[in-house]
Design a protein around this ligand. Structure first.
Ligand SMILES: [Zn+2]
Length: 345
């Protein structure tokens, strides 16, 4: 009787395993397997859970740090940058500008008024605080559907949590700069020059580690808090500083996707052009973006993509620091199935 019960249990377990395997391979997750090789490689390089530190930044504290399962949108968004546009009515990119970042030029009329390079109706899309599961892939999909490009300013810590998502941002042809290591206010009363430097440099090193290549020398201060010493430092590192012309205020608690679209379109009606600040970290932006891009197209706005002339050379000591924070050295990028295989059951 005990044996019979055991046999029955074993059958139930086997059936459950088979059903699980079937569900996985036949569900949308399986679309990842047909994604470009870059996506698959990125999945294998995900940092261990130990990379998440207890002293997390405010923006991440309220949200589970557990990486979400890959979504079909991630595979779509990771189409090669040079792929032809399938949407004949796409917003597209009207022109690409190359920025010589020597001396740390500033952009965005909220703080920097010297470099007025946008013509009437021209818009630059920028996204801060990612990469983040769900929201960043949704933003990438909306941009890909409209065959348009943006500048991303990821948080260093988030880049270490979700390097595979940040790799997709780059693979889709967007420009990737940095937004500090932990979203610290670099204009705070208590922050020292050394701490500000650490935030800037460690942020860039984390982005570099996640991307596997050097980031753009493009930087945005958290909360647009431009610490004077940090501005000078970034100038010495030849990093361009991005403020904005138009804030979407997508991070405000009482915001909705509809309000966000109204804020951006209303602001553009007044300004006629500008660098728009949004957050790929924010759900509202992920939801609002498809409609916002359609409205931009209908309103006759044109997208300008900003690219750097060169890349940022990160500092070795900060690269080491980011690696050590990951606790486990990255010695192998092989997927688990190529390392551990069941040979007998
Ligand atoms: Zn931010």
């Amino acid at each position: 009787m005990r044996n019979a019960l055991g046999l029955l249990l074993a059958s139930v377990v086997s059936a459950a395993v088979i059903a699980g395997v079937w569900f996985w391979t036949s569900s949308p997750h399986a679309e990842l397997s047909s994604a470009p090789a870059t996506v698959k490689a990125a999945q294998a390089e995900r940092l261990p859970a130990s990379a998440k530190s207890a002293d997390d930044v405010d923006v991440t504290a309220a949200i589970s740090g557990k990486p979400a399962a890959p979504s079909p949108a991630m595979a779509v968004a990771a189409q090669p940058a040079g792929a032809p546009c399938a949407n004949p009515d796409a917003l597209g990119v009207s022109r690409v500008v190359e920025v010589d970042t020597t001396g740390g030029p500033g952009f965005g009329f909220e703080h920097f008024k010297q470099l007025d390079f946008l013509a009437d109706k021209e818009v630059v899309l920028t996204f801060d605080d990612g990469p983040w599961p769900g929201n960043t892939p949704a933003v990438l999909k909306a941009l890909a559907d409209q065959c348009t490009k943006a500048v991303f300013f990821p948080i260093g810590k988030h880049a270490t949590y979700h390097p595979e998502i940040l790799k997709q941002v780059l693979a889709a042809g967007h420009t990737v700069g940095s937004h500090t290591w932990s979203h610290a206010n670099l204009n705070g009363k208590k922050i020292t020059g050394q701490q500000a430097k650490d935030e800037i440099e460690k942020g860039f090193s984390a982005v570099k580690m996640a991307l596997g290549t050097a980031p753009a020398p493009f930087f945005r201060f958290p909360e647009l808090q431009h610490g004077p010493a940090s501005v000078t430092y970034l100038g010495s590192r030849n990093v361009a500083i991005f403020s904005c012309d138009l804030d979407s205020f997508d991070y405000k608690r009482n915001n909705t996707p509809e309000k966000e679209i109204q804020t951006v379109m209303g602001g553009l009606d007044k300004l006629g052009k500008g660098i728009i600040l949004m957050h790929d970290f924010q759900k509202h932006t992920a939801t609002a973006l498809p409609e916002l891009l359609r409205r931009l197209k209908a309103g006759g706005y044109k997208i300008v993509q900003m690219k750097p002339k060169g890349t940022l050379e990160t500092l070795a000591e900060y690269d080491d620091m980011v690696l050590k924070d990951g606790k486990v050295p990255v010695t192998s990028a092989r997927p688990v199935t190529s390392v551990v295989q069941t040979v007998s059951q």
